[in-house]
Write a protein that binds this ligand. Structure first.
Ligand SMILES: [Ca+2]
Ligand SMILES: [Ca+2]
Length: 504
């Protein structure tokens, strides 16, 4: 905070006002202490014309306090994150300044721009081996069945052949679109279901969500050239939440807020878990370019902590900003030390199919001096083949358009790279682990994955810190589904053998 306060001191008069308030200490006791302002928002307000409204996340001690503050200052409500006490509102710089002194207002956050971290993998992760050799409690292959993965991304075409079940149905059990900020006055329920046939992935960033979703849960598919593909969890269900055309944090936060409110029954209370499984993990392949400072007061972090407390894991792409360890370039919310929040670096097997490849050059490094910024683990992210549409911009940047499985399926697959492609491998693997151990906590899932990751040799040396042997570029190493499942089995056995003793 102080660092950026100095930065904005050079700005206009409002910036000076904001900066002065930020520097105030409790000892200087104003009657109503001014709520702190996020760095990004303070910079934005400094450059804003007086009458121009901007979007602000008003954090309150609870939702009533945030609502009262927004009403008292005449700001317009865009949406609400009720469970974490946040109202998203539009207001002028004057209104934002006024809301700071309203009772119960704890923090003001801006609508930070984000980008999708864009720029055979299941062998390296042991994912294919897990599906082939391990089973869930019902004796079926360990393929993520009975678990939904929420993919917060550009959207999806639910009819894509990679997501088609053998019975003709789709892996996509719920297809949602965030209209928050797109249409005026959408109200609190701005994340809305759309038809299961609607392609939500048609906007300017289109294609990203389609590729990511296929990596999570692509069904076993034979391409026209004979190539065989499947996603990390080829039996998992997908809940797609499209964040729309404009990539701003409120769109993504709205999606996470929807998951918080609906993870137990993502298709509604009337639809059974067998038909529409609970969401146990979210995939988030987006973030601010160039990383940034971890902000525990942000809505994103409050939402993912609330999700972890309710048994839902959050997976983040570490980012595509590379680096050398001299500073942190990793995705800020992925740095959350809360158990069950995973930051994923990109591994490349260099087309060798082995586990002794390299950490991708583009994969964001943490600061060598600050282990809290290091990724948790690595997963394959380089040259990953998954579902595409040839008309989609991201798909047309791919290396290698491929066709199939049907004769008319042209350009249905393509090969692209990024930590965006690494994170969904881990999201699918988390679904597999929850299929095997439905009562595992998010923290136990994270511990099992990090405790069993394969320490490939490339890059920075591993160090013992925070209970793990890890590194600033690739985290604890390459994810290993089979080993993680075994670790959780050991954990489950130890817990059940302890139970009789507790009963004495
Ligand atoms: Ca299964
Ligand atoms: Ca973590």
């Amino acid at each position: 905070m102080t660092r950026s306060t100095r930065r904005i001191l050079g700005g206009g008069s409002l910036a000076a006002l904001v900066a002065g308030a930020l520097l105030a200490t409790p000892a200087q006791a104003a009657p109503e202490p001014l709520a702190p302002v996020q760095d990004f928002l303070a910079d934005q307000l400094a450059g804003l014309a007086a009458a121009t409204p901007t979007t602000v996340l008003v954090h309150g001690t609870d939702i009533a306090a945030a609502r009262d503050a927004v009403a008292a200052t005449g700001m317009r409500t865009v949406t609400e994150f009720e469970r974490i006490g946040v109202v998203v509102a539009a207001g002028t710089a004057g209104q934002v300044e006024a809301v700071r002194s309203q009772p119960g207002v704890t923090y003001l956050e801006g609508n930070t721009p984000i980008a999708f971290t864009q720029e055979t993998s299941n062998t390296a992760t042991h994912g294919a081996e897990a599906v082939a050799t391990l089973t869930g409690p019902d004796g079926s292959p360990l393929d993520g069945s009975g678990v939904s993965v929420a993919v917060v991304d550009s959207g999806i075409d639910p009819t894509h052949p990679y997501l088609r079940d053998p019975d003709g149905g789709s892996a996509v059990v719920a297809n949602l679109k965030s209209l928050c900020l797109v249409e005026a006055d959408t109200g609190p329920d701005c994340v809305v279901p759309v038809s299961g046939l609607v392609d939500t992935d048609t906007t300017s960033g289109g294609g990203h969500g389609m590729h990511v979703s296929g990596i999570v849960a692509g069904r076993p598919t034979t391409l026209s050239d004979g190539g065989q593909l499947q996603g990390a969890a080829p039996g998992a269900s997908i809940v797609s939440v499209s964040t729309g055309a404009v990539l701003l944090i409120v769109g993504a936060d709205s999606a996470l807020n929807w998951v918080l409110e609906n993870h137990e029954a993502p298709c509604g209370a009337g639809v059974s878990a067998a038909e529409c499984p609970p969401i146990k993990v979210t995939n988030n392949s987006y973030g601010p370019a160039g990383g940034g400072e971890f902000d525990p007061r942000s809505a994103t972090v409050k939402l993912q902590r609330a999700l972890a407390a309710e048994g839902v894991v959050t997976v983040w792409a570490a980012g595509n900003d590379g680096g050398d360890g001299s500073e942190s370039l990793t995705n800020p919310p992925g740095q959350d030390p809360t158990g069950g929040i995973l930051s994923v670096a990109s591994y490349s097997d260099q087309d060798t199919g082995t586990r002794d490849g390299v950490v991708s050059e583009y994969s964001s490094r943490g600061a060598a001096a600050d282990p809290s910024t290091w990724p948790d683990l690595s997963a394959p992210g380089e040259a990953i083949t998954s579902s595409c549409r040839p008309t989609m911009p991201i798909c047309s940047t791919g290396l290698d358009p491929r066709n199939g499985p049907g004769l008319l399926d042209v350009g249905t697959f393509n090969t692209i790279s990024g930590t965006s492609m690494a994170a969904p491998h881990v999201a699918g693997i988390v679904a597999q682990l929850f299929e095997a151990y439905p009562t595992a906590t998010p923290a136990e899932i994270e511990a099992a994955l990090k405790g069993t990751a394969y320490r490939y040799a490339d890059g920075a040396a591993y160090q013992r810190t925070g209970g793990y042997t890890t590194s600033f570029d690739k985290g604890t190493g390459l994810v290993d589904v089979v080993a993680a499942a075994q670790a959780l089995r050991g954990e489950a056995a130890a817990t059940s053998s302890k139970k009789p003793k507790r009963g004495r």
